[in-house]
Write a protein that binds this ligand. Structure first.
Ligand SMILES: [Mg+2]
Length: 220
């Protein structure tokens, strides 16, 4: 991973899930816990639950409602928030993410969280992990009505926080979102090598990736 030209960067935009927090929580929730509890609550087999859930997941991937707990609660006729609480012990920081956050804040960078997570999911995570003090703003794309994959998200973000994309760093574990940021003109982009601690390294295509957060703060 190349070292960052920190003197050219004054704003740091950070994704939450898979970037600062271990994606294991979300992957486990959607692929294991939710299908299991759906089966129990609706009295169907686990295989039947998977058959019912899979097409819904495919149809809604990458759309804003994918991230909306209200949407899923209505669609699946269960409380997604309650089910998330059942697995909340799995919410965890990625290694040294807090060290990185403390270092960039100390260095006087403007630090903003931008997440596709719904406000409810964001609150649940902030109750578990003390992330809020590191950030000037915590922005959910639901506030703007467009997910980060959509160019209109970036227009809304700029209107809201007035940042210079040419002097900004953005870190996110989702490649289509990084491409959307690049199209908007964000100059410094990094993917995440291992968003889910249980799944091993990921192919980040054309993007350089953060492996160890301690390496990123060299030269800060
Ligand atoms: Mg993410």
């Amino acid at each position: 991973m190349p070292s960052l030209p920190w003197s050219d960067i004054d704003t740091v935009l950070l994704d939450m899930d898979g970037t600062l927090l271990d994606l294991h929580f979300d992957n486990h929730f959607w692929m294991e816990h939710l299908p299991q509890r759906y089966a129990e609550l609706h009295r169907v087999s686990r295989a039947m639950a998977e058959m019912e859930l899979q097409p819904l997941f495919e149809r809604n991937a990458g759309q804003l409602q994918w991230y909306c707990l209200d949407f899923w609660s209505t669609e699946l006729k269960l409380s997604v928030r309650d089910l998330k609480l059942e697995t909340a012990h799995l919410i965890a920081l990625r290694p040294d993410a807090d060290t990185f956050l403390a270092a960039i804040k100390r260095a006087g960078k403007r630090v903003v969280l931008i997440t596709n997570a719904h406000r409810d999911a964001l609150s649940l995570k902030l109750e578990k992990i003390e992330l809020a003090p590191y950030f000037e703003r915590l922005i959910s794309s639901h506030d703007y009505g467009f997910p980060k994959e959509n160019p209109q998200f970036w227009d809304a973000l700029q209107a809201d926080i007035d940042f210079d994309p040419a002097r900004s760093l953005f870190i996110d574990d989702t490649l289509p979102i990084l491409r959307s940021a690049r199209d908007f003109g964000v100059a410094h982009l990094l993917a995440v090598r291992e968003p889910d601690s249980r799944k091993g390294p990921k192919d980040t295509a054309e993007f350089a990736a953060v492996g160890d957060y301690r390496d990123l703060i060299a030269g800060l």
